[in-house]
Design a binder for this molecule. Structure first.
Ligand code: NAD
Ligand code: DAU
Length: 340
């Protein structure tokens, strides 16, 4: 059996990756290491086969905890664990620095201590900043790192530590930089699940600024497959941009959700813009397609319909979150914006 040590596997993308690996790689067992912050949810793992999946609650900033959970000679670490929401990083950046930067360095130290085969860092296109609205510009593998939010800065810093560990100690590392994910089990602080959850309750849908910012959306399972491909076929020391060539303006996304749910566009509220709001993300995925033989399998139309269905059929999952600390978060983040 191969052993994968997956950090952040109780979150949105990490849990999708865990399910993918358990489904499609019968020769792999997983140690799932997650601190269960507000974004971590054991419900996301309830169907994981206990014969090949072991959950350990722990913090990637805690070296002793990582060392005691990480077996000698594990085949890979997949680092999903992070503070991942831009708005929260604008309110307070310190957790982003400690988890995303220090936590990554702790894992790199543990790779050396335990002779781990390959380290896969799950990074983001946001490290490359923002593109002009002109359609001909895309993020490429050699685009400069120009992070604009504290979140993006912390992910860029983490990438530098991954590179340094490779150059200094010869670690086998691969980095993936993906665009905006959507799909089941995404915490409803992010655009798509927030809009679905609010629309289902006939509550206002807060759209930042003029709603014309562009994001490049990818279904979460396609991202998970790209990460697995980067582990299995990626060239050591490389980084790969991952995207589904699916640019959408925010307002278009929000209107599509309302239409799919049969709700009126009058629920839309234009609110004060996010500080430093990146205008456009768009990924040229040629390298990942050619070098890893990866292609997205899910169209935007199918993926959005499946996502909306999932939230419709899992209202308990959403309500459980909305009844907890999320209520206070939502009030602090949106009360003034929505004039409540
Ligand atoms: P998420 O917020 O849904 O999940 C993060 C997970 O990490 C949670 O389970 C949380 O409990 C865990 N975690 C947080 N701090 C931890 C710590 N100190 N120690 C151990 N576990 C900790 O995030 P996500 O959207 O699933 O993103 C996963 C990764 O993918 C992140 O690294 C993010 O930067 C990256 N990414 C996300 C997107 C996206 O669109 N969501 C796109 C590209 C890359
Ligand atoms: O590009 C990859 C990144 O995508 C990931 O690295 C991040 O972890 C992930 O959170 C995401 O970042 P964004 O900031 O693009 O995602 P978010 O869902 O927060 O916002 C998407 C767009 O929608 C953005 O332009 C801001 C806007 N927005 C968001 C919220 C929460 C709104 O208009 N209203 C909202 O209430």
């Amino acid at each position: 059996m191969k052993v994968f040590f997956v950090t952040g596997g109780a979150g949105f993308i990490g849990s999708a990756f865990v399910h993918l690996v358990l489904r499609e790689r019968q020769d792999v067992s997983i140690i799932d290491f997650d601190a269960l912050t507000y974004a971590g949810n054991l419900e996301n793992l309830k169907d994981a086969d206990p014969a090949r999946h072991r959950f350990v609650r722990g913090d990637i900033r805690d070296k002793e905890a990582v060392l005691s959970a990480l077996p000698d000679g594990a085949d890979a670490i997949f680092n999903f664990a992070a503070e991942s929401h831009v708005d929260r990083s604008i309110t307070s950046a310190s957790e982003f620095v400690t988890t995303n930067v220090l936590g990554t360095q702790v894992l790199l130290d543990c790779v050396r201590a335990k002779n781990v085969g390959r380290f896969v860092q799950v990074s983001t296109d946001e490290v490359m900043g923002s593109l002009p609205e002109d359609d001909s510009a895309f993020f490429l593998e050699d685009s400069p790192l120009q992070p604009n939010s504290p979140y993006a800065a912390s992910k860029a810093a983490a990438e530098h530590f991954v590179r340094a560990a490779r150059e200094t100690f010869g670690l086998d590392t691969v980095i993936t930089r993906c665009g905006n994910n959507y799909g089941p089990r995404q915490f409803p602080e992010k655009l798509i699940p927030l809009m679905i959850a609010n629309a289902m309750r006939n509550e206002p849908l807060p759209v930042y600024g003029d709603g014309m910012n562009v994001r490049d959306w990818i279904f979460v399972d396609d991202h998970a497959r790209a990460i697995l491909a980067a582990y299995e076929c990626g060239v050591s020391g490389s980084h790969y941009n991952v995207g589904a060539r699916n640019e959408r303006r925010n307002i278009e996304v929000v209107r599509s959700i309302l239409d799919a749910l049969g709700k009126p566009h009058s629920l839309i509220r234009y609110v004060q813009d996010r500080l430093g709001h990146d205008r456009r993300y768009a990924i040229d995925a040629t390298l990942v397609e050619n070098e890893l033989g990866w292609k997205p399998a899910t169209t935007w139309e199918d993926g959005l319909a499946a996502t909306i269905d999932w939230y419709r059929n899992n209202q308990d999952w959403v309500e459980h979150i909305r009844n907890g600390a999320y209520r206070e978060y939502y009030r602090e983040m949106y009360a003034e914006k929505l004039g409540n």
